[in-house]
Design a protein around this ligand. Sequence first.
Ligand SMILES: Cc1cc2nc3c(=O)[nH]c(=O)nc-3n(C[C@H](O)[C@H](O)[C@H](O)COP(=O)(O)O)c2cc1C
Length: 349
Amino acid sequence: MKIGDKYLEHGIIQGGMGVGISLAGLAGAVASEGCMGVISSVNIGYKEEDFLTDPFGANIRALKKHIRMAREIAGGRGLIAVNIMVAVTHYEETVKTAIEAGADAIISGAGLPLNLAELVKGTGTLFAPIVSSKRAAVLLCKSFLKKAAVLPDFIVIEGHKAGGHLGFSADDLEADSCRDNLEILSEVLEGIRPFEEEAERRIPVFLAGGIYDKADIDMAVKNGAAGVQIGTRFIATYECDADPVLKNVIVNCNKDDIRIIKSPVGMPARAVYTKLLQDLDAGGHYPAKVCNNCLSACPKGDKAPYCISRALIAAVEGNIDEGLFFCGENAHRVDRIMSVKELVSELIG
Ligand SMILES: Cc1cc2nc3c(=O)[nH]c(=O)nc-3n(C[C@H](O)[C@H](O)[C@H](O)COP(=O)(O)O)c2cc1C
């Protein structure tokens, strides 16, 4: 398929997964199979020596390195994108760095990326917002047109079955009253149609959240999606950049272990109910020893029940006791680790 002036063999985007879960290894391997591999930018420099003293410098340096390495691994196939959450501090500088380092696309969610179009316009890099409703999709299209006279190159819809932070209220998620992925897809397609007609071009829409197999992909495409974005299934691959302990938390979890939690940044999120979450429920309080001010929405210092960055770094490093293990609703169906090649060929049939 053609997106802007770039080509994608298969309509599969591997969702950006922070901290450190989708770096050059995973994104490059996914791109080498003709899909879109996505590097997560959040605290990407966590392994750099100066991460605690100069987190911004460490993150920028690591981002450039991972884009370059992912390209090498991809061997000229697929696309390499960077996921940059609106909620990170230094959002604009991170977007500019990803563009300069040659990212094919920037994908932004966890907030409304209202100024993304201006930052990307004229650079040759594609851009896409992540939305969870027609309202957000329409608002962003209007805002991009008004501020930069462009429409997004593609859109990712994240439904309520996704992993990580979710764009729904806790009440909706608990009551299971969230509208189905396909309902949201149809509403978003309806909402963006007038913009497509006016611009005389299609905006490809990728559906995310709980996409597990080829049947899910076929269903999304039959209902008007250009393709899908998948997170959790790509964790259980040899090429995923996380410690094997994290991969096995996903492989070994049961349906009952998967919970909706309230993240310190105020949004609901989905995660495996491991020791850290059990300890927090029992009254534990683990504020950051050193706060690097990485997320703008995070209550600073002692006010946060725990440091989410520290907990996500612990998870990617395989610390089962202190880690926070995000996952999608279908994580319990994942039963083994395989190669990206095998997973992609299973998904495309
Ligand atoms: C471990 C994990 C970390 C994630 N981190 C991010 C992130 O940093 N930024 C983001 O926009 N989405 C993030 N997501 C969401 C994924 O990119 C993807 O859209 C979602 O997981 C799709 O649902 P699925 O896991 O059921 O396939 C994360 C998801 C998981 C499971």
